[in-house]
Each structure stands twice: as structure tokens, then as C-alpha cells.
Design a protein around this ligand. Sequence first.
Ligand code: G4P
Length: 539
Amino acid sequence: MLQVEELSLAEINHEIERRRTFAIISHPDAGKTTLTEKFLLYGGAIALAGSVKGKKTARHAVSDWMEIEKQRGISVTSSVMQFNYEGFCINILDTPGHQDFSEDTYRTLMAADSAVMVIDASKGVEAQTRKLFKVCLLRDIPIFTFINKMDREARDPFDLMEEIENELGIRTYPINWPIGCGKEFKGVYDRHKREIIKFEAGELANGQRAVAKEEIELGDPRLHDMLGERLSAQLSDDVELLDGASYDFDMEEVRHGKLSPVFFGSALTNFGVEPFLENFLQMTPPPLPRKSSVGEIDPFNKDFSAFVFKIQANMNKAHRDRIAFMRICSGRFDKNMEVLHVQGGKTMRLSQPQQIMAQDREIIDEAYAGDIIGVFDPGIFSIGDTISVPNKKFEFEGIPTFAPEHFARVRQKDTLKRKQFVKGATQIAQEGAIQIFQEPGKGMEEVIVGVVGTLQFDVLEYRLKNEYNVDIIMDRLSYQYIRWIENEDIDPKKLSITSDTKVVQDFRGNFLLLFTDNWNINWAIEKNEGLRLAEFSRT
Ligand code: G4P
């Protein structure tokens, strides 16, 4: 009997050990979808390139559930894709990147153990990458860089490294180094193996065939013939410079997001994807411990625990269904097990637990630390909630509230619908789909709504109309920045601020300032000694 238990414990540990859960962050068009798709192809999870996100194909995205998503052909909320590759069980957290950028994109990063940052080689660090990167820094997780589109004209790789270091404040360590770019792109030099992997553009069979690679050492006389005089001389110079000047490779620094391993390639032509995936899977950690009210929770702890990082509402209009997405932080989940919803104080069974395997949602029987499951939510879960085994009550550290960047004044068209409006706006805000703010002393018949991505305004309007039968009037406001006032001993009414800065309160009663630009933020800081303003709220 004892033997069976020991064996199953070893099996559970093995399952957890092979999990790799990460998010891919990038600015729109850098190639996140293309890279994800190539990963899935390697894992055999999909058979055809072009089937992950059908921007131009007829198939819809994996998470195409909400009506509004179907109308627009985009995915509003992040989803997760799981597949196996070389013994690893990989969970890719999808972070929506186009117009559908929202707080869910940030929250999803809270569920990841590492991030892959895709950068367009001709553009360098762009706005959305910068924002997502900041959130990764909060978590102290490893960040890997894939510099994409080397088959096109690209910026100087040294410039790109410098930009990443200066703009993002992370050190870089190129694992491989590009040889030429665009029409002259010849391949990459692998710095550890000290050999060249040659790029040969060619027709891809369903995007599945890896590009032919030839491995040649740096001193090989054939190198000159292969690269030509100019590129072979440049490679020798570059390698010398890199060996002399770049940081040492320190795995501890990688683990804490201080040093980013950098890879060059071209997702579209499938070049550099396989070496990236292989190196990345070796370096990226299995499920990481999570902070909680009783200290760090070890993922290998046999007791199941999880936290809710996203709630997706109204997937079926007729039922007002909600799905709560949770990240399993420790142990093994079994669909028949009893769990404790800590914040609700109730013991329960999780209903219809499901997982997304590449393209299909499946009802699952079991899952392990590192996995993401979506469970049917009758309206009891909130973002950040902890689920544990019944006799082990504790809370995971909460998910921060992120600063919205778009604001609108919202009120109901028909004043008789005030009650429904207040109920709808409050519930949607509690779900975390929008943030609502009030001017001190004013009632709820008019609120200021703040969102991270403007599509959230459309979702609010759609849901108030469809679920609460309320038409609204929405006036966009010119504020762009919001900051939480951290000082508890400051009277916000007495602050010295410019006429176009506004004091508001969130639903917890915290005071915040709305700014139209950075100049006004600096003014507030300069004119009010000791004022501490935060971009995230943890309360
Ligand atoms: P995203 O998810 O980060 O927004 O980017 P996505 O993968 O959709 O790629 C954006 C565009 O860049 C796509 O072209 C895609 O084919 C192209 N692309 C991605 N990786 C590479 C690369 O390594 N080299 C080159 N040359 N192009 C690349 P599109 O024409 O906008 O869309 P589509 O017709 O391919 O769907």
C-alpha cells in the first residue's frame, strides 16, 4: 500500500517537474502569433500553419467565445494552449495584443513562470512590449528575448541589445548571433557550440519542415565560401567583440529576470525557432513557488492550491455563464476532489473543469501545478481568490490593480434605469472587466470608467445593454494616466495640482489622481513634498 502511494507521489512530482508555463509578450505585429504557431507545430498540437489565429483565415481564434469576439474576429480575453514537446508539458498563456489589449493581458502574466519577449528586428522595443515588460518585472520572472524577422532588413544587432538594456533596464546575453539580415541573412552563430547554423529560405511544407541547417565551426575554411568575405569578416569581429564585452552567462540572474538570454531568428520562415525552443525549455523553470499568507507555497507540496487570475463572463448569453480561470500553484487537481474557496469560506467541487489543448476545450479529470484550468463560476469567484484543500486555509498574494490609460464619463440614458445601471456597472467592475471611479462627494449615477484597452469600453456598453438592458451615454475624457496616492496622511483636497488634474476615488475608497500628461504628474510630485504615487494598487 505504502509503495503505491510513494509511486503516485513520484508520478505527481514528475508531472509537475515537466510543466513549463509561460506567456509571450510583444507589440502587435512583432510575430507572437507566428511564433506560437511554430511552437504548436513542433509539439504536433496543430497540423497546419495559419490555424492558430485566423486573421485572414476562416477559422476563429481559440478563445472566440464571446459574441463581440465573433463580430470582430478577434479574441477579447486571453486563453491558454497546452501541448507536449520532448517530454515537457508546455502551457502557453496567450496575451492579447491588438485592439483587444486589456487588464486581462496583465493579469495573465501573473499566472506565468516566465515570459518570452518577441521583438521585431527592424523596430526594436515598442510601446506595448514596454508595458508588459514592466508587469513581468513585478514578478521577478525570467524573460527570454526572441528577435524576429531577421529575413527582413533589420537594425544593427548591437544597437538592438543596447536599446533593450537601456529602455528596459535588463542585461542581455545573446545565445546566438545573426549573420547578415534580409536578403543577406545567412543564419546564426551559436555562441556556446561555437558553430554556425545556416539559413536556407525555402518553401515550407505546412510550415512544419525545419529549415535545412548546416553546422560549421568558426575557424572552418568553408566559412569564407559560405558567407563571403564581408560577412565572414564581420562575424569574426562581432564574435570577438561579444566575447570580450558581453555579460557572463549567469543562470541565477536569468532566473530573476536580471539577464535576458537573446536569440535571433525568423518565425515565419521557421528559422531559429527549434534551437530557441530547445534552449528555452532547458533554461525556463518548472512551476515556481508562490507567495501567500503562510509563506511561500512549494509547487511540489502534495496539497492542491490555485488562484483565480481571470474571469470570463457571458460566454453563453442565455445563461450568463462565467468561467473562472485558475492557475494551479501546488499539487494535483482531481475533478472529484473537494476544495475550499478561501474568500467565500465554502467547501465545494469545482464544476466542469476544463483545459484548452491547442484548439479544443476539453473537460478534464486531472491537472497539475503549473496548469491552468477554467471552471464554471456561478458568480462566486473574484480575481485573486485562493482555492485550497479544505483543511488548509491560506491566501495567495493578491493580483495588483493595473493603471488604466483610457477614461470616459458614463451615465445611463434613461434616468429611470438608474438602479440597473448601478448594479450592472458595479458587477462588471467587480468582475474586473473595467475599473470605476467616482468624484468625491458625487453619487453613482455618473461614474468615470477607466480601462487599459479601449475595446473594454465596447464590452461595457454591449454588456450593459444585453445583460442589464441599460443604454448608456459615454463621453471620452482626455486623461491618460492614473496614480494611486500611497500616503495615508494626505488630504487629497489640499494637494497642489494643476487645473486639469482630477482627484477621484476607487470603489475601495482609495484616492487617486487623473492626469492628462506626464508634465502634470511631475508638477504634482514637485509641488507636494513627500507625495508618493503608484502605478499599481495592491489593496
Ligand atoms: P502578432 O501576433 O505579434 O501581432 O504578429 P503575427 O504573428 O500576426 O505577425 C505579424 C505579421 O508579421 C504577419 O504578416 C506575419 O506573417 C509577419 N511575420 C511574422 N514573423 C515573421 C518573420 O519572421 N519574417 C517576416 N518577414 N514576417 C513575419 P501579415 O502579412 O500582417 O499577416 P498574415 O497575412 O501573415 O496573417
